[in-house]
Design a protein around this ligand. Structure first.
Ligand SMILES: [Fe+2]
Ligand SMILES: [Fe+2]
Length: 270
């Protein structure tokens, strides 16, 4: 994944200002919910097709559980209490039992954007002068490193799936368009709270940065076209994406490892 960070310049939050605390409470509450849903990636263990996938999901579930606890500690350090998640975050973090969509939407794209927020926004904009910042940044650094691993897994699996099932490319591209369209809704309310805030006044530019990064990521993964196509091609890709999404809602996860464990462990089936 492209790692060029957005530069917020000298803009910082102030832990003592009520307005800033409300903004941070909103951002951290979305993160906390995202981590809570991350924990049920454990459900993917049941559908893991390979030993490598099973190992990844066991490790990821433990890491997400740890992230959940680390964010809870950040709330306590700042003496904040969490609020319910935004509807866009609920939509974007919904579990998908259809494995190709899970690796694309949750790991490659979803956790990629999570990383943008943790690394570009939170790590850059906490006030260095406040003594609580150092310990919060330490926790965030641990979380970011592990989220990078989750994105890398999503990208690796997306590439593998597309090489086996290239017909999924159009639908994947349509879903990327759909996610890019949804992102501004998540920050709209936030901007209205304090449009002149030094961090929030840069939110539109940050969203554009994220959209461009995700677009390049889609190209690097081989499903986003070199040039953004016209409206009708985009609409047709989005419809294919939506159809796949609807179909995936009826997908049942089926266990695979109990049928493949002998080969997966490197033995020959007799
Ligand atoms: Fe996480
Ligand atoms: Fe993650």
């Amino acid at each position: 994944m492209e790692t060029e960070a957005f530069d917020f310049g000298a803009a910082r939050f102030d832990f003592a200002a009520e307005r800033d605390r409300e903004i941070l409470r909103f951002v951290l509450s979305q993160a906390l919910f995202g981590e809570a849903t991350g924990v049920y990636c454990g459900r993917s263990l049941y559908a893991a097709e390979t030993l490598e996938a099973a190992q990844f999901y066991v490790k990821q579930a433990r890491q997400e559980l740890n992230h959940l606890l680390l964010f809870a500690e950040i709330f306590r350090t700042l003496e904040l209490s969490p609020s319910p998640p935004h509807w866009v975050i609920r939509v974007l973090s919904a579990h998908n039992d259809y494995y190709p969509l899970k690796v694309l939407m949750e790991h490659a794209l979803g956790e990629g954007m999570v990383l943008d927020i943790f690394r570009d926004v939170l790590l850059q904009t906490l006030p260095e002068a406040d003594e609580r910042t150092a310990s919060i940044k330490k926790k965030l650094a641990v979380i970011c490193k592990e989220e990078e691993e989750h994105v890398a897994w999503g990208e690796k699996e997306t590439r593998r799936i597309l090489s086996e099932r290239p017909w999924l490319k159009s639908a994947f591209y349509g879903l990327l368009e759909l996610q890019l369209w949804l992102v501004p809704f998540a920050v709209r309310g936030l901007k209205r709270r304090a449009p002149e805030h030094p961090v929030l006044s840069q939110l539109d530019a940050f969203v554009r940065h994220v959209q461009q990064r995700v677009w390049k990521q889609g190209q690097a993964l081989g499903f986003a076209p070199a040039q953004r196509p016209g409206f009708f091609s985009r609409a047709s890709a989005v419809s294919m994406g939506v159809l796949l999404l609807v179909r995936s809602q009826f997908a049942r996860s089926r266990s695979k490892l109990d049928r493949r464990y002998i080969e997966e462990l490197g033995f020959e089936r007799s």
